[in-house]
Ligand binder design. Structure first.
Ligand SMILES: *Cc1c(COP(=O)(O)O)cnc(C)c1O
Length: 423
Protein backbone atom coordinates (compact mmCIF):
# COMPACT_ATOMS: atom_id res chain seq x y z
CA UNK A 1 0.00 0.00 0.00
CA UNK A 2 1.74 3.13 -1.14
CA UNK A 3 -1.07 5.50 -0.33
CA UNK A 4 -4.70 5.34 0.72
CA UNK A 5 -5.53 7.04 -2.55
CA UNK A 6 -4.82 3.71 -4.25
CA UNK A 7 -8.11 2.44 -2.84
CA UNK A 8 -10.17 5.25 -4.30
CA UNK A 9 -10.15 3.52 -7.67
CA UNK A 10 -11.81 0.49 -6.09
CA UNK A 11 -14.43 2.72 -4.49
CA UNK A 12 -15.09 4.47 -7.78
CA UNK A 13 -15.87 1.14 -9.42
CA UNK A 14 -18.03 -0.11 -6.52
CA UNK A 15 -21.65 -0.68 -7.68
CA UNK A 16 -22.87 -0.26 -4.08
CA UNK A 17 -20.97 2.97 -3.40
CA UNK A 18 -24.09 5.16 -3.50
CA UNK A 19 -25.64 3.49 -0.44
CA UNK A 20 -23.10 5.01 1.94
CA UNK A 21 -24.62 8.48 1.70
CA UNK A 22 -28.00 7.11 2.71
CA UNK A 23 -26.67 6.22 6.19
CA UNK A 24 -25.92 8.38 9.19
CA UNK A 25 -22.24 7.75 9.86
CA UNK A 26 -21.46 8.78 13.44
CA UNK A 27 -19.68 12.08 13.24
CA UNK A 28 -16.23 11.79 11.77
CA UNK A 29 -15.86 8.09 12.55
CA UNK A 30 -15.15 4.98 10.52
CA UNK A 31 -17.66 2.39 11.65
CA UNK A 32 -16.61 -1.27 11.73
CA UNK A 33 -19.18 -2.51 14.25
CA UNK A 34 -22.22 -3.08 12.03
CA UNK A 35 -22.22 -6.76 12.97
CA UNK A 36 -23.14 -5.69 16.50
CA UNK A 37 -25.37 -2.72 15.73
CA UNK A 38 -26.08 -1.64 12.17
CA UNK A 39 -26.29 2.08 11.39
CA UNK A 40 -29.39 4.20 10.94
CA UNK A 41 -30.31 4.99 7.36
CA UNK A 42 -32.51 7.83 6.16
CA UNK A 43 -35.00 5.24 4.88
CA UNK A 44 -35.21 3.54 8.28
CA UNK A 45 -35.60 6.88 10.02
CA UNK A 46 -38.41 7.86 7.65
CA UNK A 47 -40.19 4.56 8.28
CA UNK A 48 -40.07 5.12 12.05
CA UNK A 49 -41.45 8.64 11.64
CA UNK A 50 -44.22 7.26 9.43
CA UNK A 51 -45.12 4.74 12.13
CA UNK A 52 -45.33 7.54 14.69
CA UNK A 53 -47.43 9.51 12.28
CA UNK A 54 -49.83 6.60 11.82
CA UNK A 55 -50.19 6.33 15.60
CA UNK A 56 -50.76 10.10 15.84
CA UNK A 57 -53.31 10.22 13.04
CA UNK A 58 -55.06 6.88 13.25
CA UNK A 59 -54.77 5.70 16.86
CA UNK A 60 -56.61 2.36 17.17
CA UNK A 61 -57.42 2.33 13.47
CA UNK A 62 -53.71 1.96 12.73
CA UNK A 63 -54.09 -1.78 13.35
CA UNK A 64 -56.03 -2.23 10.16
CA UNK A 65 -55.79 1.11 8.38
CA UNK A 66 -53.12 3.34 6.90
CA UNK A 67 -50.36 2.38 4.48
CA UNK A 68 -48.88 -0.34 6.72
CA UNK A 69 -51.56 -1.85 8.96
CA UNK A 70 -49.90 -3.03 12.18
CA UNK A 71 -52.05 -6.14 12.39
CA UNK A 72 -50.19 -7.74 9.46
CA UNK A 73 -46.76 -6.39 10.33
CA UNK A 74 -45.15 -9.72 11.28
CA UNK A 75 -46.34 -11.39 8.08
CA UNK A 76 -45.48 -8.48 5.79
CA UNK A 77 -42.00 -7.92 7.13
CA UNK A 78 -41.42 -11.68 7.20
CA UNK A 79 -42.35 -12.00 3.53
CA UNK A 80 -40.09 -9.04 2.76
CA UNK A 81 -37.14 -11.08 4.07
CA UNK A 82 -37.98 -14.31 2.22
CA UNK A 83 -35.50 -13.62 -0.54
CA UNK A 84 -32.71 -12.69 1.88
CA UNK A 85 -32.92 -16.06 3.60
CA UNK A 86 -34.08 -18.23 0.68
CA UNK A 87 -37.49 -19.05 2.08
CA UNK A 88 -41.10 -18.98 0.99
CA UNK A 89 -42.90 -15.84 2.20
CA UNK A 90 -45.06 -17.95 4.52
CA UNK A 91 -41.98 -19.43 6.24
CA UNK A 92 -40.65 -16.18 7.76
CA UNK A 93 -42.21 -14.05 10.46
CA UNK A 94 -41.02 -10.94 12.27
CA UNK A 95 -41.54 -11.38 16.00
CA UNK A 96 -39.70 -11.58 19.31
CA UNK A 97 -35.92 -11.60 19.42
CA UNK A 98 -33.20 -14.19 18.96
CA UNK A 99 -33.24 -15.75 22.41
CA UNK A 100 -37.00 -15.41 22.87
CA UNK A 101 -37.67 -16.96 19.47
CA UNK A 102 -35.22 -19.75 20.19
CA UNK A 103 -37.20 -20.53 23.35
CA UNK A 104 -40.47 -20.50 21.40
CA UNK A 105 -39.05 -22.83 18.76
CA UNK A 106 -37.37 -25.21 21.20
CA UNK A 107 -40.73 -25.54 22.94
CA UNK A 108 -41.99 -26.94 19.64
CA UNK A 109 -39.00 -28.72 18.14
CA UNK A 110 -37.19 -30.22 21.12
CA UNK A 111 -39.26 -33.30 21.78
CA UNK A 112 -37.13 -35.88 23.58
CA UNK A 113 -38.65 -39.31 22.90
CA UNK A 114 -37.81 -42.83 21.83
CA UNK A 115 -34.32 -42.77 23.36
CA UNK A 116 -33.44 -39.48 21.65
CA UNK A 117 -32.90 -36.84 24.31
CA UNK A 118 -29.60 -35.16 23.52
CA UNK A 119 -28.95 -31.77 21.94
CA UNK A 120 -25.85 -31.05 19.85
CA UNK A 121 -24.36 -27.54 19.88
CA UNK A 122 -20.78 -26.29 20.03
CA UNK A 123 -18.39 -24.76 22.54
CA UNK A 124 -17.98 -21.54 20.55
CA UNK A 125 -21.72 -20.76 20.50
CA UNK A 126 -23.05 -17.40 21.63
CA UNK A 127 -23.72 -17.83 25.38
CA UNK A 128 -27.39 -16.82 25.25
CA UNK A 129 -28.13 -19.71 22.91
CA UNK A 130 -26.46 -22.14 25.29
CA UNK A 131 -28.42 -20.75 28.24
CA UNK A 132 -31.66 -21.30 26.31
CA UNK A 133 -30.70 -24.88 25.41
CA UNK A 134 -29.72 -25.66 29.00
CA UNK A 135 -32.99 -24.30 30.35
CA UNK A 136 -35.06 -26.42 27.95
CA UNK A 137 -33.21 -29.53 29.06
CA UNK A 138 -33.85 -28.66 32.73
CA UNK A 139 -37.52 -27.94 32.05
CA UNK A 140 -37.81 -31.51 30.84
CA UNK A 141 -35.93 -32.93 33.81
CA UNK A 142 -32.76 -33.60 31.79
CA UNK A 143 -29.30 -32.71 33.13
CA UNK A 144 -27.50 -30.38 30.68
CA UNK A 145 -24.14 -31.80 31.78
CA UNK A 146 -25.21 -35.08 30.29
CA UNK A 147 -27.67 -34.14 27.57
CA UNK A 148 -26.06 -31.07 25.97
CA UNK A 149 -23.25 -32.26 23.70
CA UNK A 150 -20.93 -29.39 22.87
CA UNK A 151 -18.75 -30.08 19.86
CA UNK A 152 -15.26 -28.81 20.76
CA UNK A 153 -13.12 -26.58 18.59
CA UNK A 154 -9.80 -27.96 17.39
CA UNK A 155 -8.12 -24.57 17.18
CA UNK A 156 -10.14 -22.40 19.56
CA UNK A 157 -11.52 -20.42 16.63
CA UNK A 158 -13.49 -22.67 14.34
CA UNK A 159 -15.76 -25.71 14.39
CA UNK A 160 -15.03 -28.56 12.02
CA UNK A 161 -18.18 -29.81 10.28
CA UNK A 162 -16.74 -33.35 10.45
CA UNK A 163 -16.80 -33.14 14.26
CA UNK A 164 -20.43 -31.97 14.24
CA UNK A 165 -21.42 -34.82 11.95
CA UNK A 166 -19.59 -37.31 14.17
CA UNK A 167 -21.67 -36.04 17.11
CA UNK A 168 -24.86 -36.45 15.03
CA UNK A 169 -23.94 -40.10 14.52
CA UNK A 170 -24.93 -40.88 18.10
CA UNK A 171 -28.30 -42.59 18.08
CA UNK A 172 -29.60 -40.57 21.05
CA UNK A 173 -29.49 -37.10 19.46
CA UNK A 174 -32.87 -35.37 19.09
CA UNK A 175 -31.84 -31.90 17.96
CA UNK A 176 -28.90 -29.86 16.68
CA UNK A 177 -28.60 -26.10 17.15
CA UNK A 178 -25.73 -24.33 15.43
CA UNK A 179 -24.66 -20.85 14.38
CA UNK A 180 -24.46 -19.95 10.69
CA UNK A 181 -21.45 -17.72 11.40
CA UNK A 182 -19.47 -17.91 14.63
CA UNK A 183 -19.75 -14.56 16.40
CA UNK A 184 -16.11 -14.40 17.41
CA UNK A 185 -13.99 -15.80 14.56
CA UNK A 186 -16.48 -15.13 11.77
CA UNK A 187 -16.33 -18.70 10.45
CA UNK A 188 -19.26 -19.53 8.13
CA UNK A 189 -20.44 -23.08 8.74
CA UNK A 190 -21.52 -25.29 5.87
CA UNK A 191 -25.25 -25.07 6.56
CA UNK A 192 -26.44 -27.19 3.60
CA UNK A 193 -24.05 -30.00 4.50
CA UNK A 194 -25.01 -29.96 8.19
CA UNK A 195 -28.72 -29.77 7.40
CA UNK A 196 -28.45 -32.76 5.04
CA UNK A 197 -26.47 -34.74 7.61
CA UNK A 198 -29.05 -34.05 10.32
CA UNK A 199 -32.00 -34.87 8.09
CA UNK A 200 -30.39 -38.16 6.97
CA UNK A 201 -30.22 -39.17 10.65
CA UNK A 202 -33.74 -38.09 11.59
CA UNK A 203 -32.39 -35.21 13.70
CA UNK A 204 -34.13 -31.82 13.83
CA UNK A 205 -31.75 -28.98 12.98
CA UNK A 206 -31.94 -25.24 13.56
CA UNK A 207 -29.55 -22.35 12.91
CA UNK A 208 -28.84 -19.06 14.60
CA UNK A 209 -28.34 -16.78 11.61
CA UNK A 210 -27.63 -13.58 13.59
CA UNK A 211 -24.30 -13.03 11.87
CA UNK A 212 -25.28 -14.08 8.36
CA UNK A 213 -28.68 -12.62 7.41
CA UNK A 214 -28.08 -9.49 5.35
CA UNK A 215 -24.49 -10.50 4.71
CA UNK A 216 -24.45 -14.03 3.28
CA UNK A 217 -26.97 -15.64 0.88
CA UNK A 218 -29.12 -18.41 2.40
CA UNK A 219 -31.37 -21.11 0.98
CA UNK A 220 -33.06 -22.21 4.17
CA UNK A 221 -36.03 -23.81 2.41
CA UNK A 222 -34.03 -25.71 -0.19
CA UNK A 223 -31.46 -26.85 2.38
CA UNK A 224 -34.29 -28.37 4.41
CA UNK A 225 -33.41 -26.48 7.61
CA UNK A 226 -36.14 -27.11 10.19
CA UNK A 227 -36.06 -23.70 11.89
CA UNK A 228 -33.89 -20.62 12.28
CA UNK A 229 -33.76 -17.30 14.11
CA UNK A 230 -31.96 -14.01 13.59
CA UNK A 231 -32.06 -10.43 14.78
CA UNK A 232 -32.62 -7.31 12.74
CA UNK A 233 -30.30 -4.94 14.60
CA UNK A 234 -27.03 -6.28 13.13
CA UNK A 235 -26.72 -6.50 9.31
CA UNK A 236 -30.39 -5.56 8.82
CA UNK A 237 -29.90 -2.08 10.33
CA UNK A 238 -33.30 -1.89 12.05
CA UNK A 239 -32.08 -0.30 15.28
CA UNK A 240 -31.09 -1.25 18.83
CA UNK A 241 -33.30 -4.02 20.19
CA UNK A 242 -35.43 -4.06 17.03
CA UNK A 243 -37.85 -6.98 16.75
CA UNK A 244 -36.31 -10.27 15.51
CA UNK A 245 -37.26 -12.88 12.93
CA UNK A 246 -37.77 -16.61 12.65
CA UNK A 247 -38.06 -19.24 9.95
CA UNK A 248 -40.06 -22.45 10.17
CA UNK A 249 -39.91 -24.82 7.21
CA UNK A 250 -43.33 -25.27 5.67
CA UNK A 251 -43.33 -29.02 6.30
CA UNK A 252 -43.82 -28.14 9.99
CA UNK A 253 -46.56 -25.59 9.56
CA UNK A 254 -49.23 -27.94 10.81
CA UNK A 255 -47.41 -28.56 14.11
CA UNK A 256 -48.70 -25.59 16.01
CA UNK A 257 -46.70 -23.57 18.51
CA UNK A 258 -45.17 -25.06 21.67
CA UNK A 259 -45.69 -21.73 23.42
CA UNK A 260 -49.07 -20.47 22.28
CA UNK A 261 -50.49 -16.97 22.32
CA UNK A 262 -53.24 -15.16 20.50
CA UNK A 263 -50.87 -13.53 18.00
CA UNK A 264 -50.21 -16.99 16.57
CA UNK A 265 -53.85 -17.24 15.50
CA UNK A 266 -55.17 -17.61 12.04
CA UNK A 267 -55.60 -13.89 11.32
CA UNK A 268 -59.26 -14.32 10.32
CA UNK A 269 -60.05 -15.92 13.68
CA UNK A 270 -57.95 -13.92 16.13
CA UNK A 271 -60.68 -11.54 17.16
CA UNK A 272 -63.26 -14.30 17.55
CA UNK A 273 -61.78 -14.50 21.06
CA UNK A 274 -62.36 -18.27 21.15
CA UNK A 275 -61.01 -20.21 24.12
CA UNK A 276 -59.18 -22.63 21.77
CA UNK A 277 -56.41 -21.36 19.51
CA UNK A 278 -56.71 -21.88 15.77
CA UNK A 279 -53.04 -21.48 14.78
CA UNK A 280 -52.05 -19.72 11.59
CA UNK A 281 -51.14 -22.14 8.78
CA UNK A 282 -47.78 -20.36 8.38
CA UNK A 283 -44.73 -19.47 10.46
CA UNK A 284 -47.08 -16.84 11.89
CA UNK A 285 -48.24 -19.52 14.35
CA UNK A 286 -44.99 -18.96 16.31
CA UNK A 287 -45.90 -15.39 17.22
CA UNK A 288 -47.01 -15.06 20.82
CA UNK A 289 -48.23 -11.57 21.69
CA UNK A 290 -48.77 -8.09 20.27
CA UNK A 291 -45.68 -7.05 18.26
CA UNK A 292 -43.68 -3.93 19.19
CA UNK A 293 -44.84 -1.82 16.26
CA UNK A 294 -42.35 0.99 16.77
CA UNK A 295 -39.55 -1.53 17.27
CA UNK A 296 -40.31 -3.04 13.88
CA UNK A 297 -40.98 0.11 11.89
CA UNK A 298 -37.38 0.78 10.82
CA UNK A 299 -37.36 -2.55 8.98
CA UNK A 300 -39.76 -1.20 6.37
CA UNK A 301 -37.07 1.25 5.35
CA UNK A 302 -33.95 -0.83 5.88
CA UNK A 303 -35.20 -3.96 4.11
CA UNK A 304 -36.06 -1.93 1.04
CA UNK A 305 -32.42 -0.88 0.78
CA UNK A 306 -31.10 -4.40 1.28
CA UNK A 307 -33.34 -5.68 -1.46
CA UNK A 308 -32.31 -2.86 -3.75
CA UNK A 309 -28.64 -3.72 -3.15
CA UNK A 310 -29.31 -7.46 -3.58
CA UNK A 311 -27.82 -10.14 -1.38
CA UNK A 312 -25.43 -11.41 -4.07
CA UNK A 313 -23.91 -7.99 -4.63
CA UNK A 314 -23.68 -7.48 -0.86
CA UNK A 315 -21.85 -10.78 -0.48
CA UNK A 316 -19.50 -10.04 -3.37
CA UNK A 317 -18.48 -6.69 -1.92
CA UNK A 318 -18.29 -8.05 1.62
CA UNK A 319 -15.85 -10.74 0.49
CA UNK A 320 -13.80 -8.24 -1.49
CA UNK A 321 -13.54 -6.05 1.63
CA UNK A 322 -12.68 -8.91 4.01
CA UNK A 323 -10.17 -10.32 1.48
CA UNK A 324 -8.48 -6.93 1.32
CA UNK A 325 -8.50 -6.62 5.11
CA UNK A 326 -6.90 -10.05 5.55
CA UNK A 327 -4.32 -9.36 2.85
CA UNK A 328 -3.32 -6.04 4.41
CA UNK A 329 -3.30 -7.56 7.91
CA UNK A 330 -0.93 -10.29 6.74
CA UNK A 331 1.39 -7.76 5.18
CA UNK A 332 1.39 -4.93 7.72
CA UNK A 333 0.05 -6.30 11.00
CA UNK A 334 1.39 -9.85 11.30
CA UNK A 335 4.92 -8.53 11.99
CA UNK A 336 3.44 -6.57 14.91
CA UNK A 337 1.97 -9.60 16.69
CA UNK A 338 -1.50 -9.71 15.07
CA UNK A 339 -3.02 -12.94 13.86
CA UNK A 340 -6.01 -13.35 11.57
CA UNK A 341 -8.49 -15.62 13.41
CA UNK A 342 -10.98 -15.83 10.51
CA UNK A 343 -10.87 -18.58 7.88
CA UNK A 344 -9.01 -17.51 4.75
CA UNK A 345 -11.20 -19.59 2.46
CA UNK A 346 -13.98 -17.22 1.29
CA UNK A 347 -16.57 -20.02 1.45
CA UNK A 348 -15.91 -20.39 5.15
CA UNK A 349 -16.08 -16.69 6.02
CA UNK A 350 -18.99 -14.51 7.14
CA UNK A 351 -19.01 -10.73 7.10
CA UNK A 352 -16.35 -9.82 9.67
CA UNK A 353 -12.68 -10.39 10.35
CA UNK A 354 -11.26 -11.29 13.76
CA UNK A 355 -7.83 -9.86 14.43
CA UNK A 356 -6.19 -11.40 17.45
CA UNK A 357 -3.55 -9.65 19.54
CA UNK A 358 -2.48 -10.11 23.18
CA UNK A 359 -3.11 -6.38 23.77
CA UNK A 360 -6.49 -6.39 22.00
CA UNK A 361 -8.31 -4.45 24.74
CA UNK A 362 -5.85 -1.55 24.74
CA UNK A 363 -5.65 -1.51 20.95
CA UNK A 364 -9.44 -1.39 20.69
CA UNK A 365 -9.46 1.65 22.97
CA UNK A 366 -6.69 3.37 21.04
CA UNK A 367 -8.55 2.73 17.79
CA UNK A 368 -11.75 4.24 19.21
CA UNK A 369 -9.80 7.28 20.36
CA UNK A 370 -8.85 7.76 16.71
CA UNK A 371 -12.49 7.65 15.66
CA UNK A 372 -12.46 4.09 14.31
CA UNK A 373 -15.11 1.85 15.84
CA UNK A 374 -14.37 -1.89 16.07
CA UNK A 375 -15.48 -4.14 18.89
CA UNK A 376 -13.66 -6.34 21.32
CA UNK A 377 -14.53 -9.91 22.23
CA UNK A 378 -12.63 -11.63 25.01
CA UNK A 379 -10.00 -12.79 25.37
CA UNK A 380 -8.01 -11.24 22.51
CA UNK A 381 -10.22 -10.52 19.51
CA UNK A 382 -10.71 -7.21 17.71
CA UNK A 383 -13.69 -7.71 15.40
CA UNK A 384 -13.87 -5.59 12.28
CA UNK A 385 -17.00 -5.75 10.12
CA UNK A 386 -16.63 -3.88 6.83
CA UNK A 387 -20.37 -3.77 6.14
CA UNK A 388 -20.73 -3.47 2.35
CA UNK A 389 -23.56 -0.90 2.39
CA UNK A 390 -21.51 1.75 4.15
CA UNK A 391 -17.83 0.77 4.14
CA UNK A 392 -15.36 1.93 1.51
CA UNK A 393 -12.23 0.10 0.38
CA UNK A 394 -10.39 3.18 1.55
CA UNK A 395 -11.76 2.68 5.08
CA UNK A 396 -10.24 -0.80 5.17
CA UNK A 397 -6.86 0.64 4.22
CA UNK A 398 -7.29 3.30 6.86
CA UNK A 399 -8.09 0.90 9.70
CA UNK A 400 -5.05 -1.24 8.90
CA UNK A 401 -2.78 1.82 8.79
CA UNK A 402 -4.22 3.02 12.10
CA UNK A 403 -3.59 -0.36 13.76
CA UNK A 404 -0.06 -0.39 12.41
CA UNK A 405 0.64 3.10 13.66
CA UNK A 406 -0.87 2.45 17.11
CA UNK A 407 1.19 -0.65 17.78
CA UNK A 408 4.40 0.62 16.19
CA UNK A 409 4.31 3.72 18.37
CA UNK A 410 3.08 1.83 21.47
CA UNK A 411 0.21 4.28 21.65
CA UNK A 412 -2.08 1.56 22.96
CA UNK A 413 -0.03 1.41 26.17
CA UNK A 414 -1.53 4.77 27.09
CA UNK A 415 -4.91 3.06 27.46
CA UNK A 416 -6.15 0.94 30.36
CA UNK A 417 -6.34 -2.80 29.98
CA UNK A 418 -10.02 -2.76 30.95
CA UNK A 419 -12.78 -3.61 28.59
CA UNK A 420 -15.90 -1.49 28.32
CA UNK A 421 -19.27 -2.88 29.47
CA UNK A 422 -20.61 -3.59 26.00
CA UNK A 423 -17.81 -3.74 23.49
C1 LIG B 1 -26.45 -11.03 18.71
C2 LIG B 1 -26.65 -12.46 19.02
C3 LIG B 1 -27.59 -12.88 19.98
C4 LIG B 1 -28.36 -11.89 20.82
O1 LIG B 1 -29.60 -12.41 21.18
P1 LIG B 1 -30.82 -11.45 21.55
O2 LIG B 1 -31.84 -12.37 22.05
O3 LIG B 1 -31.20 -10.71 20.32
O4 LIG B 1 -30.33 -10.51 22.61
C5 LIG B 1 -27.78 -14.25 20.15
N1 LIG B 1 -27.08 -15.15 19.41
C6 LIG B 1 -26.17 -14.78 18.52
C7 LIG B 1 -25.41 -15.80 17.75
C8 LIG B 1 -25.91 -13.42 18.31
O5 LIG B 1 -24.98 -13.05 17.43
Amino acid sequence: MTSLDDFDALDERDPLAQFRDRFYLPNGTLYFDGNSLGLLSREAERAVLEALDAWRQLAIDGWTGGARPWFYLGEELGAAQAELVGAKPSEVIVTGGITVNLHALLATFFRPADGRSRVVADTLDFPSDLYALQSHLRLRGLDPAEHLLLVPSRDGRTIDEEDVIAALDRPDVALAWLPSVLYRSGQLLDMPRLAAAARARGITIGFDCAHSVGSVPHHLHEWGVDFAVWCTYKYLNAGPGAVGSLFVHERHHGLGPGLAGWWGSDKQRQFDMASELTPAATAGAWQIGTPPVLGAAALYGSLGMLREAGVDRLRAKSLALTNLLIELADRYLAPLGFEVGTPRDADRRGGHVALEHPAAVRITRALKARGIIPDFRPPNVIRLAPVPLYTRYRDVGEVVMALKSIVESNQHLEFADERATVA
